[in-house]
Design a protein around this ligand. Structure first.
Ligand code: C2E
Ligand code: CA
Ligand code: CA
Length: 832
């Protein structure tokens, strides 16, 4: 059982979180609301809603086929109260003289009111006169029999059914029995319409007028929860809130003032209308009426029922319809689903709150139209289901997705941490959990160059690409600005690494952003853990992040698996990184200058500017440590510009002090700087600002820098060359592949890396390579400068091989400005 449940849960897990949230919302909202609905708690509200909508539907006005003869206080004042049998007999006779369809006497006349008993009995013998009797719920006290003179088939009972809230909405038309019991209204119609009488029938679930059924009201119909639905009841459709038929006073009738057209062929009802004489009933209209007419007398209600029955006989739709149980459930599901769908598709919390109000409004409008079309659907229940559905969908969505990310729709960091926790619990040392941390390379550059909208678009695209690689949507998260994390389970390390490699490839596929085609790469760090490593999810993610950082630093390798010593390094690095930010602000950088000398003559050719950082916290930090950080963070761009400006200013000073030396200044460039647009104009402006002759400036590129994008580096180099600046390739020999390309670049100088110089004096591979490099440089007409010369033997060997320039501790380490000036002064022989 438990296993089956977990299996179902696992499968559900593959369903996206927002779909899960909607499903939960729909199921819970429907079940809760339909349970509440059955307890009857909503009935009162449903009935109020019904009344409110009914009141706003336009009136149909008096029914032409009916006439009401009202017995009011004015009449009884003149004719006496109660009306004598003689007066009533006269009224019936007067009516019958003008050919009515039926005369329905809506007056309780169980005893004689002399004089005139014979006259009245005479009138009652006519086939189209109908009388009423009352059957209350209490069989002993609540009975008022019909006038004894009336044949039983001309008598109908009066049973207006009052709802639990005291409002009259239903009529009991017929009660089963041998013979059946007919209501006063039904009797009146059947007496007036012999055709209908012949066609009338009773089925199990409906009364039938030929083909026209009047279905039995069910106990849960419309907004009802569980009303007493004994007999054949129907919901009243009031044709008019005040006047269902033309009304004439009894006195006017007796005075002979009523014309034949008013009576002929009509169903005529006689009844007491004033509140002082007759019971009054609250109708759905009562709340909307403020004057004395807010309640209706029985004769008016009977006119309403008869009017409704006449419509049925004529085939005009007059009966309300309702949903079945199943239909009602579907109706609730529909609204819960609609609301849940809407609110979970809106990511803005305020928007989804506003949307909660939309379904109830829509239900009110639809309900109004439905009631107009004689359909009574529950209204409060679906509104409640919709509101509940929205709220549950929002809440469930929040918990299932975590605070979901607005841009990509992916789970956020906290949700992902929970996910790692859960995965760790299931892991074993055979089945470790792997977390891969993806960081988009150069995201800030793209964001800055193309704008934030494009940046967001890029994130969405990357997220969608990552989605394709994840079986479970929730195993993927956006954990930082341009950072994504992915959880791998039940896989061995090799297959995770292979998959990550595939994902990296997939991510790098060219994509079109605006009108740019880009290939966006990502650096990835992976960490493997299982439950025995007892790691906090936070730490797992941090380690993956550290590995990613490592991958990024190592440029060529963009995938790195975490090892514990990375953490310490990462921590130290992080300290340096934030201190470097301050260094830029506090101007803690300065330059040293290392002399470059002519190997053949020993005279000074110029200097290489080398960046130094003296931190108040760490003291002097080696460039090998801080320059990579400047490069990764992009700080190298402004710092590099400062190096260029300072070096040019310094060179310009020395050149005017020592014009005979024709000193040159070498400045190192970083890959970031050459990727940045406008380097050429920066160099041009720096030259003119410092007044340095262009040929006195040499810019150093490394092999790996120029190999990353051969075409554009070539363009940049040509542009720089046309400014008159000379160009060097630095650390030459560390990347073999570029030898073949060397001739393609407009280079002036080739700097042989220190590594080759070190072992130069022993015969071996390095010796061979150095000779090859020198020969190549000479063939390409380049100036050759050897780096890192520490001994006289090295200098001698290079001199013999034909190298032109040299740089190294043998001559001097890098010096401050003052030291350079002392150094120059102390070596007059270096001058020409
Ligand atoms: P690089 O361009 O190859 O600079 C030469 C490095 O060799 C310097 O190290 C220098 O002090 C060292 N050196 C010179 N002669 C000898 C020697 O005889 N023996 C030994 N063992 N080393 C020698 P430094 O100053 O630590 O700079 C390291 C690297 O940092 C530089 O290598 C360069 O790539 C980078 N760098 C320095 N300043 C800048 C700068 O302003 N901008 C950029 N982008 N990179 C810079
Ligand atoms: Ca250099
Ligand atoms: Ca170098």
């Amino acid at each position: 059982m438990v296993r089956r449940m977990t299996r179902v849960w696992r499968r559900l897990d593959a369903v996206p979180a927002n779909v899960q949230a909607i499903l939960i919302a729909v199921i819970v909202a429907t079940l809760v609301v339909s349970a509440v609905q059955r307890t009857g708690l909503l009935e009162r509200l449903e009935l109020d809603a019904f009344d409110a909508l009914i009141r706003s539907i336009p009136d149909r006005g008096p029914n032409e086929r009916l006439l009401i003869v009202s017995v009011s206080e004015a009449d009884t004042a003149r004719l006496g109260y109660p009306l004598s049998d003689e007066v009533l007999a006269r009224a019936i006779a007067e009516l019958r003289r003008h050919g009515p369809r039926v005369v329905a006497v809506d007056l309780y006349r169980n005893i004689a009111y002399p004089p005139g008993a014979d006259q009245l009995a005479e009138q009652f013998r006519a086939r189209n006169v109908v009388g009423i009797r009352f059957i209350g719920s209490d069989p002993l006290n609540g009975q008022v029999p019909a006038p004894p003179a009336l044949p039983s088939e001309q008598v109908g009972f009066s049973d207006l059914v009052i709802d639990p809230d005291g409002v009259l909405r239903r009529a009991l038309l017929y009660v089963d029995g041998e013979p059946g019991y007919f209501s006063f209204a039904l009797r009146s119609v059947l007496a007036g319409y012999p055709g209908a009488r012949n066609e009338f029938g009773v089925a199990d679930e409906a009364l039938l007028f030929g083909e026209q059924p009047i279905p039995r009201l069910r106990h849960f119909a419309g907004g009802y929860a569980d009303v007493d639905n004994g007999g054949y009841q129907t919901l009243l459709r009031f044709s008019s809130r005040r006047q269902p038929a033309e009304v004439i006073p009894l006195s006017a009738l007796l005075d002979g003032h009523v014309r034949r057209e008013t009576i002929e062929s009509r169903v005529v009802l006689i009844g007491e209308t004033d509140a002082s004489l007759a019971d009054q009933f609250y109708t759905p209209y009562s709340a909307g009426l403020t004057d004395t007419d807010f309640a209706m007398s029985a004769v008016f209600v009977h006119a309403q029922i008869i009017s409704q029955l006449l419509d049925v006989i004529n085939g005009t739709p007059a009966q309300f319809r309702y949903f079945s149980r199943l239909g009602e459930l579907g109706w609730l599901v529909l609204w819960a689903a609609l609301a849940a769908l809407m609110s979970s598709s809106i990511r803005n919390p305020l928007g989804s709150l506003l949307l909660i109000l939309a379904p109830p409004v829509a239900i009110a409008v639809i309900g109004w139209l439905a009631l107009r079309g004689l359909l009574w659907p529950p209204l409060i229940a679906p509104a409640l289901a919709a509101v509940l559905g929205s709220l549950i969908a929002i809440a469930a969505g929040y918990f299932l997705r975590g605070a979901q990310d607005n841009v990509t729709g992916l789970p956020g960091r906290s949700a992902f941490l929970n996910r790692i926790q859960a995965a760790l619990r299931q892991s074993t040392s055979d089945h470790p959990v792997a977390v891969a941390f993806f960081d988009i390379d150069r995201f800030q550059v793209i964001n800055k160059a193309l704008g934030h909208d494009a940046g967001d678009e890029l994130l969405v695209r990357m997220a969608n690409r990552l989605r394709k690689w994840t079986a479970h949507e929730r195993d993927l998260a956006r954990v930082g600005g341009d950072e994504f994390a992915l959880l791998f389970r039940d896989r061995d390390a090799a297959s995770v690494e292979r998959r990550v490699g595939e994902i990296r490839h997939g991510l790098a596929e060219p994509l079109v952003l605006g009108n740019h085609t880009l290939s966006v790469t990502a650096s990835v760090g992976v960490v493997f853990v299982n439950k025995h490593s007892s790691q906090h999810p936070d730490a797992v993610l941090r380690d993956a992040h550290t590995a990613m950082y490592r991958a990024k630093a190592r440029k060529e390798v963009q995938l790195e698996v975490f090892s514990p010593d990375m953490a310490d390094q990462a921590l130290a690095r992080l300290g340096l990184e934030s201190d470097l930010l301050d260094a830029v602000r506090n101007k803690e950088f300065f330059l040293n200058y290392q002399p470059i000398v002519d190997l053949q003559t020993g005279s000074v050719l110029g200097f290489e500017a080398l960046l130094r950082w003296r931190s108040p916290k760490h003291g002097q930090v080696s460039p090998g440590e801080f320059i990579p950080i400047l490069e990764e963070t992009g700080m190298i761009v402004p710092v590099g510009q400062w190096v260029l400006e300072s070096a040019c200013r310094q060179a310009s000073k020395w050149r005017s002090a020592l014009p005979e030396l024709d000193l040159k200044m070498s400045v190192n460039l970083s890959g970031r700087q050459i990727n940045e647009a406008g380097l050429e104009s920066v160099v041009r402006q720096t030259l003119s600002a410092s007044g340095l002759a262009p040929h006195a400036l040499q810019l150093e590129f490394t092999e790996s820098m120029i190999m990353r994008d051969v075409e554009s580096t070539n363009l940049l180099m040509s542009a720089l060359r046309s400014l008159g600046v000379s160009l060097a390739i630095d650390d030459f020999g560390t990347g073999y592949s570029s030898l073949a390309y060397l001739h393609r670049f407009p280079l002036n100088t080739l700097k042989i890396d220190r590594a080759f110089v070190e072992n130069l004096t022993e015969y071996g591979e390095d010796h061979q390579i150095t000779h090859t490099i020198i020969a190549l440089g000479q063939r390409l007409n380049m100036t050759l400068v050897a780096e890192g010369i520490e001994t006289e033997e090295q200098a001698e060997a290079l001199r013999e091989a034909g190298c032109h320039g040299a740089q190294g501790f043998l001559y001097s380490a890098a010096l401050s400005v003052e030291q350079v000036e002392e150094w120059l002064a102390a070596r007059p022989n270096l001058l020409h």
